[in-house]
Each structure stands twice: as structure tokens, then as C-alpha cells.
Design a protein around this ligand. Structure first.
Ligand code: DLL
Length: 433
């Protein structure tokens, strides 16, 4: 289902012409309204008039999270506060949040993109959407809410938390779609099971899941436990919130970036060099239509690659692969780079493990240590100690073989690791303390 046929299927040439027109406009606007950009462009020796082709985008400097911090809270806004109708902020793990603003038109554009996402998941006005993304400063709740309303679906504004009540609503209101993080989808499945609810017999048919990295294995796990189709949605507060890109039900392989509103690039995170399609690197976004908080070449720290092959759904937008991790989440264990998601995929290949794990990084003397704690099924946990130890050794060997890093594996009792209502925090890094 395509919500906005005209734009979502634009021939490449027309799409690029539209991008260029919009790029020129936004570059002019930020240069004349945001002190930060005027200075950054001047320092780089580039003027708005220099942007004559899409390729000229490369000449513009990157914008980083630090730039947003330096201009906290509203210094990057491009309109007076009287035109800002909504403020959100992303929590981040350290320091001050990143603050973002929206005009009325921005909110409407965002709702339109989220409506595209729901339509891509096969939803229509006849669907009932259980929205368990958190409402508040986090963009997930209200972002999904407005989009579902725009589509004409019926929204249940659950927000996060209160898991038992969520299960009751899932049974009683019979929503056909659920929005939440993938880790929360698993938690709901588990809690339902505990309450004696057959989670596969609910009316749910599709999950619009995102806000954190997850793997194909986790998709299968969620789909089996809830008997739904699990689709990936991506976004970040700075660029929009949810709805920057979305997987379609037809392709289910990579997320279409809404390129009429954003230009996406992939760069080498070390050199800043723009990489060709297919190569893995850091995603960089330029917003083309946002009014209150336009962003030029924003470095996301998210690692992915672009897939230009045409998709059977008919959309002409390029797809991005699922985000495999963040360059700043990357763990360096005794010099070896590892992403938590890589460890996850090794774990998910082992029979008898539950999809709940935690990574604990520490330092003994000068050496980094990595402990992987992972839950096992009840049946395995009640096995002999010797068998558990053998399994731990085997998994440690797999991690060593696939990722080249030495880890201590500890199998723990089911349901003993922390559960998350929003984004999961898989890594505890004790080295900084
Ligand atoms: O997480 C927006 C969102 C809400 C997206 C609901 C999808 C659904 P932030 O809190 O600013 O915004 O966090 C953005 O989360 O840079 C990624 O690192 C990560 N992220 C978001 N979606 C995905 C995804 C929202 N599908 C940060 N896969 C981003 C992997 C994701 N990582």
C-alpha cells in the first residue's frame, strides 16, 4: 500500500530534480537564519549560491551532535519561537538532551511520513494501532500517534510501561498493529505467556518496531511469539523522529528512505569521505523540508549501507540496510572492534538461548574484559552444571571464531536480566567508572 503514490514512486530523475530544488532553498534559508550555519559555511569557504548540483552537497560541512549541544537549547532553530508549536528532546546517555522543534507544517509533514510508514506496513483506516512508544519528550509516541491518525486508523495511546495493563488492552481492544521497540515486543510476549495469555491468538497482525538496533534473528523470534509480521522503522529526533525510513511489507529487506524529504549519504566515519552505494559506513542526513530545525549533513553515528536495487513495492526511494550499531556504541575490546549487535547475532544462532542478554565490559589491570550474560531456557537451566559449562565454553568459542574477541560467557536463569520498556541498554561499561 502506498500512501503518497505521486512522491513515493517518482522516477529517479524527477526525484533528484526535486531534491536539488529543495536543497538550494534550505541551504539559503539556514545561511540567512541560523548563526551556526553562516559561520560554518563561511569557514568552509562555501556560499549558498555554490550549490548548483546535488554533488555540491559534498562541499558543505557536516553537523554533529556536539554542534547541537553547543547551541543548546534553541540556537539551531531557523524560525522564531512563535512559529514553533512542538518541542521534543532525545535523552542520550550523557549530558544535556538534544532539543528539536517543529512548526505546524513540520508536524503535518511528519504525520504524513508516519502515515506512509503505516501504509507501507499494509495498514489502512480500518486498523487499530496500539502505540506503546513512550509519549513525552521522546519522539516515538506522538510521532506514531499523529501518523496513525493521519492515515485514519484508530490509535490507542498506550505509551510505555504498565505491561500487564498493555496485555489486557491487547486482548480486549483487539488492536491489529503494535508500535514499540523490538525488545519491548519480546517483553510483552513473555509477560503475556506468564499471565497465561495465548499471545499468538491476539488480533495483532503487524508490528512497527524500531528505535534501537535489532537483528533478523530477533525478527523471527518476535514474529513467532506474537504471530505477526515485524517491520523495521527508523528515525532520530534530530532529523525528524520516527519516519525517516521504513521497511515495506512487500520487500522486508532494507528501509526506504523518504528521499523527497531527506538526502541520505553514507560516509567513512574516520575520513568523512562519501562512500558509494553498497558500502558500509555512517549515515548522514540532510533535511529538505523541515522549517523549524533544518539540518545539513547531520552525522548520525548509525552504521548502515544503501541498497539502490529496485524494490517490488514500486517505491523508487533507496533503501538502507538495518542499522547494525552506532559508531559510538562500538566496543573496543583489547583492540578488537565489536558491535553489540554482532554478539547478538552469534547468540541468536545458539539453540536454547533466550533473546535477553547483557554485555559487561570491565578492565582488569590494563586488559579489557567482556562478559556476556545471556538467559537460557528453563529446560537447559535445570540441566547439570557440567552441561551448562560446556555450553558456555562453546558460545565463547563461537564469539572468538566469528568476532575475534575473547569473552566470558555466563548463562543465567530465565527472566533474571533487566527488561526494558523503551530502548534496551545492552552494554554496561564499567571502565568509565
Ligand atoms: O528513536 C526515533 C524513533 C522512534 C525511531 C520510534 C523509530 C521508532 P532517538 O531517541 O533520537 O529517536 O534515537 C535515535 O535510535 O540514531 C539510532 O541509533 C536508533 N534507532 C532508531 N531506529 C532504529 C532502528 C528515535 N530501526 C537513534 N534500528 C538512532 C536501529 C535505530 N537503530
Amino acid at each position: 500500500m502506498i500512501f503518497n503514490e505521486e512522491f513515493e514512486t517518482l522516477p529517479r530523475e524527477a526525484l533528484e530534480a526535486l531534491q536539488l530544488k529543495r536543497l538550494k532553498q534550505v541551504v539559503q534559508r539556514v545561511y540567512h537564519t541560523v548563526g551556526f550555519y553562516r559561520k560554518a559555511f563561511d569557514d568552509a569557504g562555501v556560499r549558498p549560491e555554490d550549490i548548483k548540483t546535488l554533488d555540491d552537497l559534498k562541499r558543505l560541512p557536516f553537523t554533529t551532535k556536539q554542534d547541537l549541544r553547543d547551541n543548546y537549547p534553541f540556537g539551531m532553530f531557523s524560525v522564531p519561537m512563535s512559529n514553533v508549536v512542538r518541542i521534543h528532546a532525545s535523552s542520550g546517555t550523557t549530558g544535556r538532551p538534544t532539543v528539536v522543534g517543529y512548526t505546524k507544517r513540520d508536524i503535518d509533514m511528519w504525520a504524513g511520513l508516519m502515515a506512509r510508514c503505516f501504509a507501507a506496513a499494509g495498514l489502512t483506516k480500518n486498523d487499530v494501532v496500539h502505540n506503546a512508544y513512550g509519549y513525552g519528550l521522546f519522539t516515538g509516541g506522538l510521532g506514531a500517534h499523529y501518523g496513525a491518525e493521519k492515515l485514519g486508523a484508530s490509535v490507542i495511546p498506550m505509551s510505555g510501561g504498565n505491561t500487564k495493563k498493555q496485555i489486557m488492552i491487547l486482548q480486549d481492544f483487539g488492536p491489529t498493529a503494535i508500535c514499540c521497540t523490538p525488545s519491548y515486543a519480546l517483553y510483552l510476549a513473555e509477560m503475556g505467556e506468564e499471565m497465561g495469555v495465548d499471545m499468538r491468538s491476539l488480533r495483532l497482525k503487524v508490528g512497527i518496531l524500531g528505535a534501537e538496533p535489532w537483528s533478523e534473528k530477533m525478527r523471527i523470534e518476535i514474529e513467532n511469539k506474537l504471530d505477526i509480521m515485524a517491520l523495521n522503522i527508523y528515525g532520530l529526533s534530530e532529523v525528524l523522529g520516527p519516519g525517516v525510513s521504513m521497511e515495506c511489507a512487500e520487500g522486508r529487506n532494507g528501509l526506504h528512505v523518504f528521499e523527497d524529504h531527506f538526502i541520505v549519504e553514507v560516509i567513512n566515519p574516520e575520513s568523512g569521505e562519501v562512500l558509494p552505494y553498497g558500502e558500509t559506513g555512517e549515515l548522514v542526513f540532510t533535511t529538505l523540508t523541515k522549517e523549524a530545525f533544518p539540518l545539513i549533513r547531520y552525522r548520525t553515528r548509525d552504521i548502515s549501507r544503501l541498497m539502490p536495487e529496485t524494490c517490488k513495492c514500486g517505491r523508487t526511494f533507496v533503501r538502507m540496510d538495518r542499522v547494525s550499531g552506532r559508531s559510538d556504541d562500538m566496543l573496543i575490546i583489547r583492540g578488537v572492534n565489536v558491535f553489540p549487535s554482532q554478539i547478538e547475532s552469534v547468540l541468536m544462532d545458539v539453540e536454547g538461548l533466550e533473546p535477553h542478554y547483557q554485555l559487561i565490559v570491565d578492565r582488569e589491570g590494563a586488559l579489557d574484559t567482556l562478559e556476556v550474560q545471556v538467559e537460557v531456557s528453563e529446560k537447559i537451566f535445570s540441566d547439570e552444571v557440567r552441561k551448562l559449562q560446556e555450553m558456555e565454553k562453546r558460545i565463547a568459542k563461537d564469539i572468538k571464531d566469528y568476532l575475534g574477541v575473547t569473552a566470558k560467557v555466563k548463562l543465567v536463569e530465565p527472566k533474571t536480566l533487566k527488561r526494558f520498556e523503551g530502548k534496551a541498554q545492552r552494554v554496561i561499561d564499567k571502565r568509565n567508572i
